[in-house]
Design a binder for this molecule. Sequence first.
Ligand SMILES: [Mn+2]
Length: 430
Amino acid sequence: MLNTVISSDLIAERNAGHAAALEDDYASLGRKLERRGIAIDEIKDRAKGWAVAVPSWGAGRGGTRFAKFPLAGEPTNIHEKLEDCAVIQQLGRTTPGVSPHFPWDCVEDYGALREEAGSYGLHFDAVNSNTFQDQQGQAQTYATGSLSSTVEATRQQAIEHNIDCIEFGKAIGSSRLTVWVGDGTNFPGQQDLGRSFDRYLEAAAQVYAALPDNWQMMLEHKMFEPAFYSSVISDWGSSLMAAQELGEKCKCLVDLGHHAPNVNIEQIVARLHRAGKLGGFHFNDSKYGDDDLDSGSINPHQLFLVFNELAEAAANQRDGFDPAYMIDQSHNVTDPIESMLSSAEAIAGCYVRALLVDRKALHHAQDNNDVMLAFRTLRAAYDTDVGPILAKARSELGGAIDWLQVYRDSQYRQRKAQERKAVGLGAGIV
Ligand SMILES: [Mn+2]
């Protein structure tokens, strides 16, 4: 029996109030799709199988380097984060995976933590290492670099931390390690751009060597921040070079916010797939830089185009095509549970829209250089309101048709504000 955090009766009761309208909308959309040769139930069933992981750190309020405004009742440890992730999964039914972060989520007993997640119907996804900040009592500082540090002892400390993360991950049932380093420089001349990459590769190879056979190492690139002149793994080119050099089990992770403005991310996705190196995603959205805004809140069309490339990739698979999908965003002004439910829905919506693309017609138009027909074929899928498909999939899995209504009616956050200890003020964004 699963530990349900939100009353199943409340979900069923609220769903009953929306059932007739949903059936009407679903039937109407079904007729529309049928005219396009698409069986709506098949799409809905695929939506039911879709999943995107949530980050444990996303359950708390984010912040900027200026300030963080805490939320009453936000989680203060991994156990409370899991409880919040359980709410997201119970209402939305697309987020059974939780991606932990170490040392933030370190515990004494990882076997027990795995069971705790399982009691909510959750499992652990990729584990994330942290060599971008110093911890209490740490021997070496990461102030001027970690895996690429000029100091041998610092590189060694960063290697050992990543290997520890693999061990924690093994105990909680994970099989992927995501490595993002904040290494870089703020001044021209501060470090040699070539030699810092060499040092990174040499250290990362030692982490790679510790990977179990069935594991994958995902390299996350980021153009800037915390370094503002140069970053060691700054772009998909550096990431691909490193992944190719490290070996077969190493792939690239695409965080949507970690590119220069206006970069064609969907093309990067296609290129990485071509190289057999598309490891996974961190979904979020941005307007100016790495703003870590909610997925699909600014540019839903770009998100759809990424999923269109993923649909093409799935149809033209290369060795080991199995990207890890995860949300990675900073919820500075919303309740993180609401943001992640909204984001998971936006992401699933783009996945479903990509399934609706008439690929035969698209490829035919492309091959014949019928530009407008190719564009309109793609746009027809994007313009389709897939809300009824997502709501139907959710409700059939026991989730909430109107998750925002049920969440607010449950008074979950207000209850947690009474039970949980207050979070301190401070800055912090990842
Ligand atoms: Mn990320």
